[in-house]
Design a binder for this molecule. Structure first.
Ligand SMILES: [Fe+2]
Length: 518
């Protein structure tokens, strides 16, 4: 009895402390309306990425009911029933990383499928599927190549189709994974897919909310759950036409310090995407798919890009100091190209590398000054390096334009007109998942005429295929004999729709820079 009286004041103190400090419910940023209640607390499902022959990043987000540290566990298995457990461990996460979880699972077998799952609060996440890269020889590497997924612009039907591919090695997302605009600025507000938050992204919480919304889309979730992603940002993960020290869509008077905005955008990107964080703090990085493919992912926005010129007549246009990659990345890229022992070299590129006469496309100016044509000294330096070292089997894969392209990369358009063998590589440009292209503004007949003019040998003799109407992705299958790119286009982005077709196939044979279009 005496003991109880002694403990009573302590107990009362504890109870009143509990009453004084109620648990704070998690902040609802507006995305809770999109939650699938049965999936909680793993509303954002799971994802994997940056595969090597021995390791892969697995990712989830646990959304707790109340603020505070979250503890949980993860499991990797060889079967989708999660019986044959290969590895397991524990994690903690908290508000500092927006309750996201990233595990770099090491010591895996090469060229194999694995399944993974997280657990927290007595609940289990959906089971994800991933694949390690081959270590040595392999018959085929198959990649889905995507860019420009604008939630407000349309349904992510293409992601739904990518999720269904059985034998894919990875999805390469070449940027514009999100769009930074406020509601109604660059989308179709008739579809009911209004951007959250409803304002332009500037602060860390804005970017986090936008990623959360995109990753609550069922098709996007399924693609991440079923396939490993290798991602690189383009401009809209920060702000339109971004470069190292500014962006077209950044006015310091309105949006404040660009460095602060950039660091918020970068933090949210690293939190929400299954990217391996390395010591260099740089996003550009390489992946090896055994003896068959080296994949070189470039950062053409934040690593070292100089501001765009307004026009080619600007004095600074040909200044050799003006860089797309920055000195360090350029040296790294040149080294990668020269040292690569793999048969094929795939370059994960954001903006078009090939020369392109845009007067035929009907765009403003003579060249796209935001693309490599806007940085001619560095563009020529890379072309010369490939040519002088006779580096074979280079495939640039490119996003940004919301249109499909297949180029034989010329030494220059003038050189190509003289001799169609004056080429150094091929370039495959993918259309958008859902960001608008010419079809949203012009009639199909008008767009077909633009495509015909764009490919007119008088303007762009090296451009072998162009589609400015459709949305979808490239399915690229690489073997020792050839690289075969199927340009997959979806029937619609205006409604959920599972229909797709192959618009064209571009083939490049081992040792050639010539495209066969079927
Ligand atoms: Fe885009």
């Amino acid at each position: 009895m005496k003991q109880i009286f002694t403990l009573l004041p302590t107990l009362l103190l504890f109870l009143s402390a509990c009453q004084q400090q109620p648990k704070t419910p998690i902040f609802d940023d507006g995305t809770a309306q999109l939650w699938n209640a049965e999936q909680g607390p793993f509303y954002h499902s799971v994802a994997s990425g940056d595969p090597t022959a021995q390791a892969v990043i697995i990712w989830t987000r646990v959304t707790p009911e109340f603020e505070g540290e979250v503890k949980g566990s993860w499991t990797v298995a060889g079967d989708k029933e999660m019986q044959n457990i290969v590895q397991q461990g524990e994690f903690t996460t908290n508000a500092d990383r927006d309750y996201t979880v990233k595990i770099d699972v090491q010591g895996l077998e090469p060229d194999a499928y694995f399944y993974y799952q997280f657990a927290a609060f007595g609940k289990k996440s959906p089971v994800g599927r991933t694949k390690t890269a081959p270590a040595d020889s392999t018959d085929q590497v198959k990649l889905a190549i995507v860019s420009c997924s604008n939630y407000e612009g349309g349904f992510f039907n293409a992601f739904g189709r990518i999720a269904e591919i059985e034998d894919l090695d990875a999805v390469l997302h070449l940027g514009d994974y999100i769009y930074e605009y406020a509601v109604g600025v660059y989308g179709d507000t008739t579809l009911g897919r209004h951007h959250l938050p409803n304002k332009e992204l500037v602060a860390l919480q804005d970017y986090r909310t936008r990623y959360s919304q995109y990753r609550l889309d069922p098709d996007f979730q399924l693609a991440h759950q079923m396939q490993p992603f290798i991602t690189i940002w383009d401009d809209h993960e920060i702000s339109n036409n971004a470069y190292q020290s500014g962006a077209q869509n950044h006015q310091p008077d309105e949006e404040g310090d660009y460095e602060i905005r950039k660091s918020a955008a970068r933090q949210a990107y690293y939190e929400w995407l299954p990217i391996r964080e390395n010591e260099t703090q740089q996003l550009y990085r390489n992946f090896s798919y055994g003896k068959l493919v080296d994949l070189i992912m470039l950062d053409e926005r934040l690593a070292g890009r100089y501001p765009q010129v307004d026009s080619v007549t600007q004095e600074d246009y040909n200044n050799p100091e003006r860089s797309m990659l920055g000195k360090e990345q350029l040296a790294w890229f040149k080294n990668q190209l020269q040292q690569s022992q793999a048969q094929w070299k795939v370059i994960g590129n954001q903006v078009i590398f090939s020369n392109l006469d845009i007067t035929a496309v009907g765009w403003r100016g003579l060249v796209n000054t935001d693309a490599w044509d806007g940085y001619p000294a560095e563009q020529k330096e890379i072309i010369q390096l490939i040519k002088n070292n006779s580096i074979p089997n280079i495939i640039f894969v490119t996003g940004d334009t919301h249109r499909n392209w297949a180029f034989e990369v010329p030494e220059s358009i003038a050189a190509y007109k003289q001799n169609p063998d004056a080429t150094v590589a091929v370039e495959l440009g993918t259309t958008s998942i859902s960001a608008p292209n010419a079809d949203e503004r012009q009639t199909t007949d008008e767009v077909l005429e633009i495509e015909r003019r764009s490919m007119d040998p008088l303007f762009n003799p090296h451009l072998k295929y162009n589609n400015q109407r459709d949305h979808g992705y490239i399915l690229l299958a690489i073997t020792a004999d050839s690289a075969v790119a199927n340009f997959q286009v979806v029937e619609s982005i205006k409604t959920p729709n599972t229909n797709q077709r192959t618009d064209k196939t571009a083939i490049v044979k081992n040792g050639s820079h010539k495209l066969i279009i079927k």
